[in-house]
Design a protein around this ligand. Structure first.
Ligand code: 5GP
Ligand code: ZN
Length: 135
């Protein structure tokens, strides 16, 4: 499945050039054009879908091994794997992509806000029961 208007589908087809690092039947990896750090790369399923929940399991299986390889070849000791879903979650391109972003120092790479919320064991347990019943 691919979308005629999708920029990453065009990259997969070769209609838009990219610095391709890896390609298989199901997966494509390439350098990010606006890197947050040296080695910032993207791994995408060839299957077109906007959000992680749109992609069949079989099209996701190779993603993490390829992200791991990208991390290794970048030489990064510290790095983040990031996958954004939806505009307010910072997704700009509506074709699922996993970022591998080296974190060489405090200022380069991914900056993360981590606004923890107050909770307690009763609330956590109620949530746990609800989610577990749906698993
Ligand atoms: P998002 O914010 O959607 O998770 O990230 C989209 C990423 O795709 C950004 O890091 C952006 O730099 C990258 N990107 C957008 N357009 C292109 C392109 O045409 N080529 C490449 N290589 N990367 C792109
Ligand atoms: Zn696409």
């Amino acid at each position: 499945m691919s979308s005629a208007t999708c920029i990453f589908c065009k990259i997969i087809k070769g209609d838009i050039p990219s610095f391709k690092l890896f390609e298989s039947d199901k997966v494509f990896a390439f350098l990010d054009i606006q890197p947050l750090s040296r080695g910032h790369a993207l791994v995408i399923p060839k299957y077109h879908g906007a959000k992680l929940t749109d992609i069949p399991d079989e099209d996701l299986q190779e993603i993490l091994p390829v992200a791991k390889k990208l991390a290794k070849i970048s030489g990064a000791e510290d790095f983040n794997i990031l996958q954004n879903n939806g505009r307010i979650a910072h997704q700009v391109v509506d074709h699922v992509h996993f970022h591998m972003i080296p974190k060489p120092n405090e200022t380069e790479g991914l900056g993360i806000g981590w606004p923890t919320q107050k909770t307690d064991m009763d609330k956590l347990k109620a949530l746990f029961e609800e989610l577990k019943s749906k698993m």
